[in-house]
Ligand binder design. Structure first.
Ligand code: CA
Length: 335
């Protein structure tokens, strides 16, 4: 139980695991400065049924038994607000977490089946004595539903911290990043919601970080002595992603752990180059630039700032903190 001396940052994680979500979960659960309250899952890298299972698989393999996993609202039924779901199995495999036989099956004791995940998120946020960081590292569907159906939760959200968007470039279309492209209407709802603060960690930032083969070697050197099987599992999953990148003509040496970087932002915001902007999304079906995030960094729209956009980061400092979390997860792992 958190005591009154607990000065960790309370955080709720909404995710779509997903290879880089795995590292975000590890950061959120194991970094000593964070207090993970719960996890909700959304369609995205794979279908909702799989992201729900995968979040439990990650917690289980890390030896975590005190965090519950919820699926997005049952009525949403695995789809964005106004469109059909798009998945990224071309990178993450059929299950969303392909690549290692060491990853266990879903853990039903962690999965809160039959519970509305949006309601669970709202209740946890409202009940918490301190404002909560709501980190969203998948499409924004669940967050849009939360702020729309439980507006009373907004006051106790310190910030919505999202991995998504790209100001200068995209990764799914030339201008659109996957999480936003998958549900652009949802991000616009979140931006319009009058939240205390919205922090966006876009591709412009996360592409400044690279999980190179040299960093992976350092991972092996430092984590294997703690837990060789855990290190092998992470390396298997990483190597799977590198292989998939090759198939897409993307440099496999430069993997970005986008989602963990976004979570890290609330631990050390001073290490990022944050820029206040008015941000909007291009939504609507088949329109040019669908899913683009437009950041008005020069104030040319005359509209009030509605978003803090991380445009730069310190890769070395990020990995220092990621290694802390990896080591603790390796110690805790059931492998
Ligand atoms: Ca994700």
């Amino acid at each position: 139980m958190a005591s009154t001396s607990d000065n960790r940052i309370p955080i709720w994680l909404d995710c779509d695991p997903g290879q880089d979500d795995l590292h975000a979960i590890i950061m959120a659960k194991f970094h000593p400065k964070l207090n993970l309250l719960g996890i909700s899952t959304v369609h995205g890298n794979t279908i909702l049924e799989n992201t729900f299972k995968n979040a439990s698989r990650v917690l289980k393999v890390c030896g975590v038994s005190d965090i519950k996993v919820y699926a997005g609202a049952p009525k949403v039924n695995n789809r964005p607000l106004l469109r059909e779901a798009k998945n990224a199995s071309y990178i993450h495999g059929v299950t969303g977490l392909d690549g290692s036989d060491l990853l266990p099956e879903a853990d039903l004791s962690l999965m809160q089946t039959g519970v509305n995940g949006i309601q669970a998120m709202a209740e946890a946020i409202i009940a918490h004595p301190e404002p909560v960081v709501l980190a969203a590292v998948g499409p924004l569907t669940n967050i849009a539903l939360l702020v729309s159906t439980y507006p009373e939760a907004k006051a106790n959200i310190r910030e919505v911290l999202l991995m998504g968007g790209g100001i200068a470039f995209g990764n799914t279309t030339p201008v659109a990043e996957f999480n936003v492209y998958a549900d652009p209407e949802a991000l616009q709802v979140v931006l319009n919601a009058g939240l205390n603060r919205v922090v966006m960690v876009p591709l412009d930032c996360t592409h400044q970080s690279k999980y190179t083969p040299e960093k992976q070697q350092k991972f092996t050197d430092e984590i294997s002595p703690i837990n060789a099987n855990f290190a092998k599992m992470i390396n298997d999953l990483t190597n799977f992603v590198r292989k998939m990148y090759v198939g897409f003509g993307v440099d496999p040496n430069n993997i970005n752990w986008h989602d963990a970087i976004a979570v890290y932002h609330c631990i050390a915001p001073e290490t990022f180059k944050d820029v206040n902007m008015y941000v909007s999304t291009v939504y609507g079906h088949g329109v040019q630039g669908e899913g683009q995030t437009i950041g008005d960094s020069k104030g040319s729209t005359g509209k009030a700032v509605n978003c803090v956009v991380a445009m730069g980061m310190n890769d070395d400092l990020f990995f220092e903190e990621m290694f802390k979390a990896w080591k603790l997860a390796a110690e805790s792992s059931i492998l």
